[in-house]
Design a protein around this ligand. Structure first.
Ligand code: TXA
Ligand code: MG
Length: 324
């Protein structure tokens, strides 16, 4: 819960308000800001706990990978690997309503919750004076989904954001109604070709005019596990996962939660020793990856309360535990 004592939630996007927004973001809080597509609910993309607050505020029962917003191509290249086609598209359409999925650079600072544990990252440079000024002022990439509660329509005005997310966010920067009112087009460039993951504000034929080739409709291929949205665009651990474990069997690693941890002979990773769901969400994908890196064959996961962010954590764990 954010304490807003003096300042009003919605503020006209003056220089001073943008500087204040940048301070909130650097302190790990959430700020909604206008882009040319829809309002975004921004958080420091390098902070797992700040990103976890996005899911909490939206009441989203699932962890989807989020779009990371940057002020420049260079900023995007500090954590994303741009091949020839990604660079061509960024140069042609940034700033603008195009999101590119590119490989994540190893060791990048982007939180694994922002990418839902994937080795790729979705990135865009928005074309809106307030978004650009904010990104420059804050100097860090911002993870930002649309600034609405889960299941509601995307917010295209500051008042819609405030109606939906009051008490959950530090501030809404008011830049008036958004120009497109429709999310960015998402293109996966990882294969070296352009795959459409989500149609959006940038028409596909504009992209084809730049690449000189047809954009592939990856989402139509049911067997492609890398597509977004309805398909499995999530990291899944190799190890077998046993849920709601009340004991640890020989050979199992333990994914713990809270202070009351059972004894284990193998590796133990505690998602949150203080039993905090925001901290647990922030650590979830990194913990699964770390256990995989230790080559454990099986993981016993302690029960996580199914409330607040616990719902999304349990959704992820259940899907990781499903037979593959
Ligand atoms: O216009 C927009 O794009 C707005 C404004 C705020 O920028 N943002 C937005 O973000 O729509 P969001 O989080 O609601 O949409 C993220 C989409 C999801 O469909 C997700 O699956 C996809 O991007 N996505 C994110 N990272 C991905 C990745 N690494 N691979 C494939 N899809 C990814
Ligand atoms: Mg949305």
């Amino acid at each position: 819960m954010i304490q807003r004592i003096h300042a009003p939630l919605i503020q006209r996007a003056t220089e001073a308000a943008i500087d204040e927004a940048a301070r909130h973001l650097l302190a790990g809080q959430l700020v909604a800001f206008p882009t040319e597509t829809v309002y975004g609910l921004g958080a420091n993309a390098a902070s797992g706990e700040a990103v976890a607050r996005i899911y909490e505020a939206k009441g989203r029962p699932r962890f989807n990978p989020l779009i990371v917003h940057v002020a420049s191509i260079e900023a995007a290249q500090s954590f994303g690997e741009f091949n020839a086609i990604a660079l061509d598209l960024a140069r042609a359409f940034w700033p603008g309503p195009l999101t590119l999925v590119v490989p994540l650079k190893p060791g990048s600072a982007i939180s694994s919750l922002a990418t839902a544990g994937l080795e790729t990252v979705a990135v865009r440079m928005p074309d809106h004076p307030v978004a650009r000024r904010l990104l420059t002022a804050v100097g860090i990439p911002l993870a930002a989904p649309s600034a609405n509660r889960s299941g509601h329509v995307s917010a295209t005005r500051a008042e819609h954001v405030a109606d939906d997310l009051d008490h959950k966010i530090a501030m809404v920067l008011d830049g008036g109604p958004t120009a497109h009112g429709l999310e960015s087009t998402i293109i996966d460039t990882v294969s070296g070709r352009a795959h459409l993951l989500r149609p959006g504000a940038l028409p596909v034929d504009a992209i084809e005019a730049v690449t000189g080739k047809k954009v592939e409709r990856a989402a139509l291929d049911e067997n492609k596990p890398t597509s977004s949205g309805q398909l499995a665009s999530h990291y899944a651990p190799r190890a077998k996962l046993r849920l709601n474990a009340v004991d640890v069997m020989p050979g199992e690693a333990l994914l713990a939660f809270g202070s009351d941890v059972m004894l284990a002979e193998g590796p133990v990773i505690n998602l949150s020793p203080r039993g905090d769901l925001i901290e647990a969400a922030a650590n979830l994908f990194q913990a699964l990856r770390s256990l995989d890196a230790m080559n454990v064959a099986a993981i016993a996961a302690m029960p996580i309360p199914d409330e607040g962010l616990g719902e999304a954590i349990n959704d992820r764990l259940r899907r990781a535990a499903a037979p593959r």
